[in-house]
Design a protein around this ligand. Structure first.
Ligand code: ZN
Length: 428
C-alpha cells in the first residue's frame, strides 16, 4: 500500500493472548520461510573472485536463474501452495520475508560480514498481509485459513486507531507468540484534532498534561542511565591515566558512544510525544537555566537532552507546533490556586498545597502549570525586591474554577502511562 507523503507510519507493540492458537501457523510459516531460503540457496553458483587490493580470492554468489522474474516466483508459489494448509496469502508473505532475509544475507556476505552459509529463520513470527487482517472495533481479525479467524484484542492499546473502522490505516503487522507489532498510519504529523500537550522534563520521567489526554508519563530512565554509566566509565579512566594519549582517545570514544546512544533515546521519546499530541508546550531552555540551578551534573545533562529533544520536535512539528514556555515557578506554584511553596521541593514526590489543600504528583502539577500557560497565555510581572511572578490570562472563570471544571475530571478519568517498555518500538 502506498501512503501520501504527508502520512506517518508508526509501529506499536501490544501483548496478546492467542499464542497457543497461533503457534501451529507460526511454526508452519517459519518452516516455509526456511524452505524458500533453501530453494534460493540451491540457485546459487559460486564464482571465484579476486578481492580488490588483496591477494586472497573469495567466492561470490551468483544466481543460475533469475529469482526475481515473474515466472520463477509464480512457479515457486504454486509449488509451495500444494501442501500449504493455511490461507494462500501467508505463502506470499513468507516469500517476501524469505527474499528479504536472503537479500540482507547476500549484502552482508559480499561486504564480508556474514559467512557463506545458508541463512535460516529461527524466531517464530509471521508478517500478515493486509488481505489477512481486518479491524473490527477493538479487535484485529486475523485470517488463519479461509473462514477461520483469530481475534487479537487491541483494547489495552495506548495509541489511537485510524479513524474509520477498516484495515486501510494499518500496515502489515508482525505477529509473534506473545506480541503483535502493529504499524499504524496517520494522515498528518500534526493532526488538527490532536490536542496540545505541555511537558515537564525531569531526570527519570517526562510528564505531559492536557485535558484531552489527562496525565501522560514517559519513562526517561534509560536515557539518563546512558549518561550515568558513561560518566562512571570515563571517570574511572580519567583516574587511571589522566595524561596519556591513549586515555584521551578512549575517553573520546566513550563520549561519542554516549552521544549516539542518547540520540537513539531522544528520537524515540520525541516520537512518543509526537504520537500523542498535535502541538507541544515545552519549558523554555534559556530561562529554565536561571531557575533550576544548572550547576550540577544532572541538570547539565538534563538540559542538553531536553535541548536535543526540542530540536527534534521543532524539526518534525515545525516552529508553529512547538511553543516555549517560561518555566518560572512551574514546580513551586499550586496549579489550582496559585499558592507558592517557598521551601526546597527537591525530593518530595507529592506537591502539597498550603493554600487549598491540593495533593498532586509534583511533576504532574508542574505539567498542568505549563499547560495553563500554553492555553491561556501569561505575562511576567516584576514585584518589589526583584521578585518575578507569572500572571495567567484566564478569562471568564477563575483559575480555580477552571481547574475544578476541566482539570479535575481529566485526572479522574486517568491519563495513560507510557513507558519505554510498552511504548512505540522501532520501525519494522
Ligand atoms: Zn492550591
Amino acid at each position: 500500500m502506498l501512503y501520501g507523503v504527508t502520512g506517518v507510519l508508526r509501529s506499536y507493540s501490544l501483548e496478546h493472548e492467542c499464542g497457543e492458537q497461533l503457534e501451529p501457523l507460526l511454526r508452519a510459516y517459519r518452516d516455509l520461510v526456511n524452505q524458500i531460503l533453501e530453494e534460493l540457496w540451491d540457485n546459487i553458483e559460486w564464482e571465484k573472485k579476486k578481492v580488490e587490493g588483496k591477494k586472497q580470492r573469495r567466492l561470490k554468489p551468483k544466481y543460475s536463474v533469475n529469482i526475481h522474474s515473474k515466472e520463477y516466483k509464480k512457479k515457486l508459489r504454486d509449488s509451495l501452495l500444494q501442501e500449504w494448509p493455511y490461507a494462500a496469502h501467508w505463502v506470499d508473505s513468507a516469500i517476501k520475508t524469505a527474499y528479504s532475509i536472503f537479500k540482507s544475507w547476500r549484502k552482508n556476505y559480499v561486504k564480508g560480514d556474514r559467512k557463506g552459509r545458508r541463512p535460516t529463520a529461527r524466531r517464530l513470527f509471521a508478517r500478515a498481509k493486509q488481505t489477512l487482517i481486518k479491524l473490527e472495533g477493538e479487535k484485529l481479525r486475523l485470517t488463519v485459513k479461509p473462514g477461520e479467524h483469530v481475534y487479537l484484542d487491541l483494547s489495552a492499546r495506548y495509541f489511537p486507531l485510524p479513524g474509520e473502522v477498516s484495515s486501510s490505516g494499518l500496515g502489515e503487522p508482525v505477529i509473534t507468540l506473545e506480541k503483535v507489532h502493529l504499524p499504524v498510519h496517520y494522515e498528518e504529523a500534526t493532526q488538527e484534532g490532536n490536542p496540545s500537550v505541555a511537558w515537564d522534563f525531569n531526570l527519570l520521567s517526562l510528564d505531559g498534561y492536557s485535558p484531552e489526554t489527562g496525565w501522560i508519563r514517559i519513562d526517561t530512565s534509560k536515557l539518563s542511565s546512558v549518561h550515568t554509566s558513561s560518566f562512571e566509565k570515563r571517570r574511572s579512566i580519567q583516574r587511571r591515566a589522566s595524561k596519556s594519549k591513549k586515555a584521551r582517545r578512549v575517553l573520546s570514544k566513550y563520549s561519542n558512544r554516549e552521544r549516539n546512544r542518547a540520540r537513539k533515546h531522544q528520537l524515540e521519546i520525541a516520537r512518543v510525544i509526537q504520537s500523542v499530541c498535535g502541538s507541544v508546550g515545552l519549558e523554555e531552555l534559556s530561562k529554565q537555566g536561571m531557575y533550576k540551578r544548572p550547576r550540577t551534573w544532572n541538570r547539565r545533562i538534563l538540559r542538553s537532552d531536553w535541548r536535543s529533544i526540542t530540536q527534534i520536535l521543532v524539526g518534525r512539528l515545525g516552529e508553529a507546533g512547538v511553543e516555549e514556555l517560561d518555566p518560572y515557578g512551574s514546580s513551586s506554584l499550586c496549579s489550582r490556586c496559585g499558592w507558592e511553596n517557598n521551601r526546597d521541593l527537591n525530593g518530595a514526590d507529592v506537591f502539597v498545597c498550603g493554600g487549598c489543600g491540593l495533593r498532586l504528583d509534583r511533576q504532574l502539577n508542574a505539567a498542568i502549570n505549563l499547560y495553563m500557560r500554553l492555553r491561556f497565555g501569561y505575562k511576567e510581572k516584576w514585584e518589589g525586591g526583584g521578585r518575578k511572578s507569572i500572571q495567567l490570562r484566564v478569562e471568564g472563570a477563575s483559575q480555580r474554577e477552571w481547574w475544578d471544571h476541566t482539570v479535575l475530571p481529566s485526572l479522574l478519568m486517568g491519563g495513560c502511562v507510557l513507558t519505554r517498555g510498552g511504548g512505540a518500538e522501532g520501525d519494522q
